[in-house]
Design a protein around this ligand. Structure first.
Ligand code: SER
Length: 866
């Protein structure tokens, strides 16, 4: 029995042997503006059929990944509906035609796949005698199992216009157990589940024009398509595609991840099949570059992904699980699609983000839908109002399709028209409201932007990773880009909290977010480009630096604790006058009339840390201003609040209005450490502090300092204080001793002076110049001389950079010579001034180089006056 992988391989080899070129599967994103997704094997070849481009090879064969979503509700319900599937195909671009196409398909089905000939049925288009003839004459196909069918069945076109043609289909008859009776024919009513189409041979020879008319194509072509999953089911004897080896391992994986069982209950099977099918679609769409969004392919992906998640919920799995399916999909399909492996991390990341996002929406939305339905049922009403479906979508982000699906399951009517009417109404209202509210500000770019797109949706309270559509990428300074998305998890600087930092990637672009500023609800990200160029209109991943966000949150929550602690320790007059928090530290300004004492600071720090140790939960709630006031919330100085305010509470301790991001439990702060307290303006004090890792680092630094001190003073922690006290004592004693020694030394110097004296007219004159002796020591020497001697004049000088002089005159001589005059003369010569008493005086001058000149002049004066 052939495995799915073998069928794929056999098919390609079969047609290679018939001179077909094997082309790799093309992307699910077609290079074709008229198509959202690749829906058939022929999609990449449309230009060759239409003659717009020359085919590089006349014969091509592929296994093509495809997505079809036109019948999404049925996927999982039936045995054979899929969103993602693989189409085996052989193509002729103006080369062979009907005969070869039919003969080869027959050969492959009967000789390679070895499907029982007796079970095969064939259809041809009503007027296609040629095809019928080939089947009967060339393949010996029994005429009684060949039917002619009309346009609905046997005419194939990729779209309303373009290439098309009659087709011939090969079917397998599963027998009367699946519908009809012994005499039923292919095409009979009620036999859809019995005759399984496995191969469609399209004879593409027409071009449908805008007006509906048909024109012959320049060449006759062949486009065949065989669904791999169906063929596998037929070959492997399974009545259900999901039970083939191509899909069943995924069913089993889904069973494992949702803790359910296959084959026990119809609804359970349905959900398992949805997850199985959708996990492939999701994996492959993301692999080809699609990102969940609210438009186009992104929306297709979002719908499929969300549908799978919802079925996970129906199976009782409310944890994230879908992203885990990706591993299995990749390991099963990487042989055929090798690029899956290299993209696996990316794929899982995208699935997980969207899964998280949707889980949050679901929790809320499901509850609401069910409540509404209960209400209706209780009141005997069978229709859900458009108002309600719209509110679910608008307020809770609950997708309309899901509301619809749930209603269908519960047999409640729902109207898409009503929903859409509400949607239009809302858009108009919003626009009108904006026009009234907006006063034109300085930044006309932001004004115009706001008018066009409205505010950015901030999702960063609940997630750190999100996808966003790039609405604008302007050039900023130094090659940076200023990027605006429809949605962002990045916190824009506000309320004293620094902006988030992080990474933006997607579409070959990579950038580092270094700042985010918020103006009129528009978040502008300043991004350092690492790689590529951002493309407006495309979806990107926005990933906030988690460690920095957490550190910031700790500091922010700690600021609230500090605020309350200050009020408890210093008094309720304390009010916040400003604050700033980032990932590194916190700064809190408050009014208080004097510097805090060491004891007060200690108390505050202790109180905050005591609270942290209590590990109290932090709760955040939106409420009206009145409710918030009633709850006792502290409104922050200078902040403006709308009607609905965000209240952040640490139960039993602090409650504040705040738009910032916080941790969910204050225990996570770990440690709070005040680093400084100072006055910054009259009556305003500022505390700077650190928390968490920052506090740990601060403590570590203190420890390092202590260790270094221990090393220097040669002690250890236990003895350090004792050791330092003793050292201080010793230093005091030593200083005292030194003082005594110095004064003794001065006496000796003074005695030496006396020995160097000269006598002028019977008066002893002592003059000496020192180099670095202080004014104090000069005075002491002068005193000593005056004390010990009579009939003496002493003039001393010293100076390295400045000149200092001291003079003394013993009592008997003061009528003749005045100390004040002597130092004054010397001071003037050295560029200074001074004077003093007749018996003692001190003075100084700026210019030390003139000391000798000054001393000589003094000596002359003495000679003249004695
Ligand atoms: N284009 C046809 C189909 O999709 C045959 O490949 O069925």
């Amino acid at each position: 029995m052939l495995t799915g992988n073998q069928i794929r391989k056999e098919f390609i080899e079969f047609f290679e042997a018939k001179h077909h070129k094997h082309f790799e599967s093309a992307s699910l994103i077609p290079d074709d503006a008229t198509l959202l997704l690749t829906v058939a094997g022929m999609v990449p070849f449309k230009p060759y059929f239409l003659g717009q481009k020359e085919a590089p090879y006349p014969r091509v064969t592929t296994y093509q990944k495809c997505i079809r979503t036109n019948d999404l509700e049925n996927v999982g319900r039936t045995a054979r509906h899929h969103t993602f599937f693989e189409m085996l195909g052989n193509f002729s671009f103006g080369d062979y035609f009907k005969k070869e196409a039919i003969e080869w398909s027959w050969e492959f089905v009967t000789e390679v796949l070895k499907i029982d000939k007796d079970k095969l049925w064939v259809s041809v288009f009503t007027t296609d005698d040629e095809a019928e003839q080939i089947w009967i004459e060339k393949c010996n196909f029994p005429k009684e199992r060949l039917v002619r069918l009309g346009e609905d069945e046997n005419w194939w076109a990729a779209g309303p216009t373009g290439s098309c043609g009659p087709c011939s289909e090969i079917h397998v008859d599963l027998g009367p157990a699946y519908g009809g009776d012994e005499n039923s024919k292919l095409g009979d009513e009620g036999t859809d589940n019995r005759f399984i189409e496995i191969w469609n041979l399209v004879f593409t020879e027409w071009n449908r024009m805008e007006d509906g008319s048909l024109e012959p194509l320049p060449k006759k072509n062949i486009d065949t398509g065989a669904g791999l999953e169906r063929i596998a089911a037929m070959v492997q004897g399974k009545s259900n595609n999901f039970e083939t080896d191509l899909l069943f391992p995924l069913v089993e994986e889904a069973v494992k991840l949702t803790n359910s069982q296959y084959g026990r209950d119809e609804e359970e099977n349905f959900s398992l099949k949805v997850i199985t099918d959708h996990s492939r679609a999701v994996t492959f769409l993301i692999n080809d570059g699609v990102i969940p969004s609210n438009e186009g392919r992104g929306y297709v992906l979002r719908r499929i992904l969300r549908r799978a998640v919802r079925h996970g919920r129906l199976l009782g799995q409310s944890e994230l699980f879908l992203y885990k399916m990706v591993d299995k999909v990749v390991s099963m399909m990487e042989n055929a699609y090798p690029d899956l492996r290299s993209n696996i991390d990316h794929i899982k990341k995208v699935v997980k983000i969207e899964e998280e996002k949707f889980s949050r929406t679901l929790d809320q939305g499901m509850q609401l839908v069910n409540q509404e339905i209960e209400k209706l049922k209780a009141a005997g009403i069978t229709k859900l109002d458009g108002e309600v479906t719209f509110k679910l979508y608008d307020t809770y982000g609950f997708p309309y399709e899901l509301t619809e699906e749930i209603c269908q399951e519960k047999e409640i009517e729902i109207s898409k028209e009503e929903f859409e009417a509400k949607m239009t109404e809302q858009k108009e209202k919003a626009r009108a409201a904006r026009e009234v509210v907006m006063e034109k500000g300085q930044d006309s770019f932001i004004e115009e932007f706001y008018d066009k797109y409205g505010a950015t949706e901030f999702t960063g309270y609940t997630t750190l990773k999100d996808t966003g559509k790039l609405l604008s990428a302007r050039d900023g300074k130094d090659g940076k880009k200023l990027m605006i998305f429809d949605t962002t998890p990045f916190y824009g600087e506000s309320g004293g909290q620094a902006a988030d930092i992080g990474i933006i990637t997607g579409n070959g672009f990579e950038g580092k977010v270094i700042d985010v500023q918020k103006q009129k609800g528009i978040f502008t990200h300043t991004v350092e480009v690492l790689k590529g160029t951002p493309i407006e209109g495309e979806e990107y991943f926005l990933e906030v630096d988690e460690a920095n966000r957490m550190a910031t949150a700790k500091n922010h929550t700690a600021t609230h604790l500090l605020h309350e602690a200050l009020r408890e320790v210093l008094g309720s007059h304390v009010q916040q006058a400003g604050s700033f928090v980032n990932g590194e530290r916190l700064r809190f300004d408050f009014n208080h009339y004097e510097a805090m004492t060491g004891e007060e600071l200690e108390k505050v720090e202790e109180l905050v840390n005591e609270k942290i140790a209590e590990a109290i939960n932090v709760s955040v709630a939106d409420m009206s201003m009145d409710e918030a006031k009633k709850a006792g919330a502290t409104a922050l100085f200078g902040d403006k609040y709308g009607d609905v305010v965000r209240v952040v509470s640490v139960e039993g301790f602090s409650i504040e209005l705040c738009g910032g991001t916080h941790i969910d439990n204050i225990g996570k702060i770990g440690l709070f450490k005040i680093e400084s307290e100072a006055g910054i303006a009259a009556g305003i004090r500022r505390i700077e502090a650190v928390t968490g890792k920052g506090a740990y680092k601060a403590v570590k630094n203190i420890e390092m300092l202590l260790k270094n001190v221990e090393k220097v003073v040669k002690s250890d922690e236990a003895n350090l204080l004792d050791r330092v006290e003793k050292m201080v004592e010793t230093i005091k004693e030593n200083s005292k001793e030194l003082e005594e020694l110095k004064s003794r030394f001065t006496q000796i110097e003074a005695q030496a002076l006396a020995e160097n004296s000269e006598v002028i007219n019977g008066v002893t004159v002592i003059m000496k110049t020192f180099k670095t002796t202080t004014a104090d020591d000069l005075r002491k020497m002068v005193d000593y001389v005056k004390d010990k001697m009579t009939n003496t004049v002493v003039v001393l000088a010293s100076g390295a950079d400045k000149a200092i002089f001291a003079a003394g005159v013993t009592k008997e001589l003061t009528s003749k010579v005045k100390a004040g005059n002597l130092v004054k003369e010397a001071a003037v010569i050295t560029g200074g001034n001074g004077g003093g008493r007749p018996d003692f005086a001190q003075a100084g001058g700026k210019d030390a180089t003139k000391i000798q000149e000054a001393m000589n002049a003094v000596k002359e004066t003495l000679k003249n006056s004695l």
